[in-house]
Write a protein that binds this ligand. Structure first.
Ligand SMILES: Cc1cc2nc3c(=O)[nH]c(=O)nc-3n(C[C@H](O)[C@H](O)[C@H](O)COP(=O)(O)OP(=O)(O)OC[C@H]3O[C@@H](n4cnc5c(N)ncnc54)[C@H](O)[C@@H]3O)c2cc1C
Length: 430
């Protein structure tokens, strides 16, 4: 890997997500060698992926070069590599660009879409966890309308304009709202020769309410907002299969659709070597103690989505969200310095700052620590918070300008099929 051995201890961080980046920043003042490995050369701001999928933002505005995070830090290295195996007894990693040894290892690999072992769903459904997946979805949505224009079979046309989103968490709610706004504001202008009123947006939720990690009031209001926008919300419905054409559920309800978006779950993105079933906690996450040390290892730590810290308040670990990852990254940074200085470690304490979701223009719900509110003000707060946490000054400016432009012009100009998504439409012909 061409990384010189120095006199300083080597800390390897796998993953430049929210957790990995906040850890790097904390280590910058210490005499350590830090090696950041990521399979992408950029950090992804996942909360805004749905805006890339729906043409509201260009992908570059929610990504940040990881090399730039390390600029100005001596003895810090980045390598573009996927870690394929952890050899804990040898303190070595196997990667796609060779092997490397570590003194301390931090696993910050985040999570991946969980299809709960349903291979057919995994094959046909669209996931939205990475920028390439969001671009695939953007292309597919637009290609469906181009295809709908060409067919004179109205069953096929309806299936092409029917969108099914599974999962009523923030991702599902935000995507459904954005699609509904496209249907209302953009499709009639872009496709005057297509009856786009027949386009349908279905949001399917297994439980009895949307946004079930938020307050009842936020759930109710989000549902109201979605219905105002014309989204069909289906609750207590569990999807069982999708063959690329028909969505089947545990009830009699079925949908004919060319697009099923799976936003119904994530699981820890584990790496071979530490993925033994007996080691894993719920959701395929690595069990860690209060210092984020992986149970059974003194020199291996895990932070963010991949880490499951079970406490009295968090029996299933912390929520798989940006804040726990950022806060664990910072706390671990301070703890690694304490460890090297021979000082006692400080247990992690999560400061829950609340949660929020947006449904569309002037429509959002916020549950902050001591106050809950919905509507226009919540929408402004949502925008401010997302701009604040977005990494990179340029990204903040670009996103802000785009939002103002979209708001004033009722537009989403990034509706481009730059990289076509290969979809087999032949099954809709019979
Ligand atoms: C669509 C969507 C919307 C979301 N909205 C919100 C929201 O509104 N608010 C909120 O708080 N949270 C939201 N989240 C969740 C939030 O993004 C995650 O909780 C957060 O990103 C977790 O941070 P992390 O550092 O653990 O992992 P990540 O940010 O996922 O970073 C993991 C990194 O590890 C790298 N990696 C993975 N495996 C390997 C490997 N084997 N080798 C090398 N590199 C590897 C990846 O490339 C990635 O860069 C959303 C997530 C999604 C998908």
């Amino acid at each position: 890997m061409n990384i010189p051995r120095s006199n300083c201890p080597r800390i390897i961080i796998i993953g430049g997500g929210f957790g990995g980046v906040s850890l790097v920043e904390k280590l910058s003042k210490k005499d350590v060698q830090v090696v950041l490995l990521d399979k992408n050369n950029y950090h992804t701001f996942q909360p805004l992926l749905y805006q890339v999928s729906t043409g509201g933002l260009e992908p570059d505005s929610i990504a940040y070069p990881l090399r730039k995070v390390l600029i100005g830090y001596d003895n810090f290295f980045f390598r573009l590599a996927e870690v394929t195996e952890i050899l804990a007894e040898k303190k070595m990693l196997k990667t796609t660009i060779g092997e490397i040894s570590y003194d301390y290892l931090v696993i910050a690999t985040g999570s991946e879409t969980n299809f709960f072992g349903n291979d057919e769903l995994e094959k046909h459904a669209m996931a939205m966890k990475t920028i390439p997946q969001s671009l695939n979805l953007r292309s597919l949505i637009l290609e469906n309308f181009e295809q709908a224009l060409l067919t004179d079979d109205y069953h096929e046309r309806d299936a092409l304009m029917n969108f099914v989103i599974v999962g009523g968490g923030p991702t599902g709610v935000e995507l459904a709202g954005a699609l509904a706004e496209i249907k209302k504001g953009i499709l009639p202008k872009d496709y005057p020769d297509l009856d786009t009123r027949r386009a349908q947006i279905n949001l399917v939720q297994g439980g009895d309410r949307l946004l079930n990690a938020m307050s009842e009031k936020a759930s109710k209001k989000a549902e109201e907002f979605l219905e105002e926008l014309g989204v069909q919300v289906w609750k207590n419905v569990r999807v069982t299969s999708y063959d690329g054409k028909t969505v089947r559920t545990k009830t009699d309800l079925t949908f004919e659709t060319a697009t099923l978006v799976w936003a119904a779950g994530v699981k820890g993105a584990t790496i071979k070597g530490l993925d033994a079933k007996e080691l894993m906690a719920a959701g395929n996450r690595l069990p860690v103690n209060e210092f984020n040390q992986v149970v059974g290892y003194e020199d291996i730590f895990a932070i963010g989505d991949i880490a499951c810290m079970q406490t009295e308040d968090t029996p299933n670990g912390h929520p798989m969200m940006a804040q726990p990852a950022i806060q664990q990254g910072r706390n671990l940074g301070e703890n690694l310095i304490r460890l090297l200085d021979g000082k006692p470690l400080k247990p992690f304490e999560y400061k829950d700052k609340g949660s929020m979701a947006t449904v569309g223009r002037n429509k959002a719900v916020c549950d902050l620590k001591n106050i809950r509110f919905q509507g226009v003000f919540a929408w402004f707060v949502w925008m401010f918070v997302h701009l604040f946490f977005l990494i990179g000054f340029r990204n903040r400016v670009v996103v802000f300008v785009n939002w103002v432009y979209n708001y004033v012009r009722f537009d989403r100009e990034a509706r481009l099929i730059i990289r076509p998504f290969k979809r087999d439409y032949s099954q809709f012909k019979d």
